[in-house]
Design a binder for this molecule. Structure first.
Ligand code: BDR
Ligand code: CA
Length: 320
């Protein structure tokens, strides 16, 4: 029995990869869209295009929050292009979105489905808004596996990763919700790149979906090479799916994560307390300051990039 999940996203090239991986390995109850890489109207259109080219038209899509809780909206066209999914010509969407806001969709699905998992791979606004409107929702969510933050460096700023920086207040709501969280941050996702050799492997699969994926990854990799000097586009978002389906892809340590909401240089940073990664260190910590706050997340500290890539290639072979 696969894990029941909602993918909450802002497609986005790597969000598209998360949808493709998730649709074959999780029991996806729906896709919810949020502002982020581009405005909500475009992230929603892009989610509809992804399900169209991958033949996933049965998966419901609900549009959500069109702006952050407090800060002004920011987008990332420099990474994903003006459409949010630049590169190949994509087919027109075949299905409409459902007539329900993402916040209501999440709440209703959580009431109907036991052990529901959330996989947020964009700004956390939908999840935070749902938790604020329906506080009892926290008890109905088995786990959140999110792409966001970093144990080390940022990408939007030296300290902050895009998904958290795009709505730090929402991230604060989520990290203080008490829901078990897996945080898959830049420190690991940057290690899994769609290099030219790997894109050639995708092309060799030979189906139409893989052709489109290869072209999306070409565009995205070119942009990340220009912006950050990377050898291949980072597979950020699908790693949040992989975390739920294959325990050998990522290694985690429990830590306390706080979201920096006021820092002049560190606004939007995920401050991870990495001091006590061995239980014995906590004992040795003695006083309260050194012991720190109890862990509120499992933070990814290592990744097996070849294993992830094998999994991704395998899944792509199952598409039309
Ligand atoms: C995150 O930001 C977005 O551009 C990507 O889709 C990913 O979710 C990486 O920082
Ligand atoms: Ca994303």
């Amino acid at each position: 029995m696969s894990i029941a999940a909602i993918i909450d996203c802002d497609p986005g090239h790597d969000d598209a990869m998360a949808i493709l991986l998730g649709a074959r390995t999780l029991d996806v109850k729906g896709i919810t869209t949020v502002h982020g890489n581009v405005p909500l109207s475009l992230t929603t259109l892009n989610a509809r295009k992804v399900v169209a080219f991958a033949g996933l038209n049965g998966v419901p899509i609900a549009a959500g929050m069109d702006r952050p809780l407090v800060r002004e909206a920011i987008h990332a066209p420099e990474v994903h292009g003006q459409s949010g999914l630049d590169g190949p010509e994509l087919p027109e969407p075949a299905v409409a979105i459902v007539d329900e806001h993402a916040v209501e969709f999440i709440k209703r699905t959580a009431a109907e489905v036991d052990d529901l998992h959330l996989v947020p791979v964009g700004p956390l606004t939908n999840v935070a808004a749902a938790l604020r409107r329906y506080p009892q929702l926290a008890e109905r969510i088995a786990q959140i596996s999110l792409m966001g933050g970093s144990l080390t460096f940022g990408n939007s700023t030296p300290a902050a990763e895009f998904n958290i920086w795009a709505d730090p207040d929402a991230a604060h709501v989520v990290f203080t919700s008490g829901i078990p969280i897996k945080m898959i941050g830049l420190n690991v996702t940057r290690q899994v790149g769609a290099t030219p050799e790997r894109r050639a492997q995708v092309r060799r699969i030979g189906n139409e979906t893989a052709r489109i994926v290869a072209e999306l990854l070409d565009f995205y990799s070119e942009r990340l090479k220009k912006l950050f000097g990377l050898k291949g586009g980072s597979m950020h978002d699908p790693l949040a799916v992989a975390a739920l389906i294959d325990s050998d892809v990522l290694r985690f340590e429990p830590m306390h994560v706080s979201i920096e909401l006021r820092g002049e240089h560190t606004y939007g940073m995920t401050l991870c307390d990495y001091r006590h990664h061995e239980p014995s260190d906590i004992e040795a910590g003695g006083n309260g300051i050194l012991r720190g706050e109890p862990a509120n997340a499992e933070v990814a500290i290592g990744v097996n990039d070849d294993r992830f890539w094998e999994l991704f290639l395998d899944v792509l072979t199952t598409y039309p």
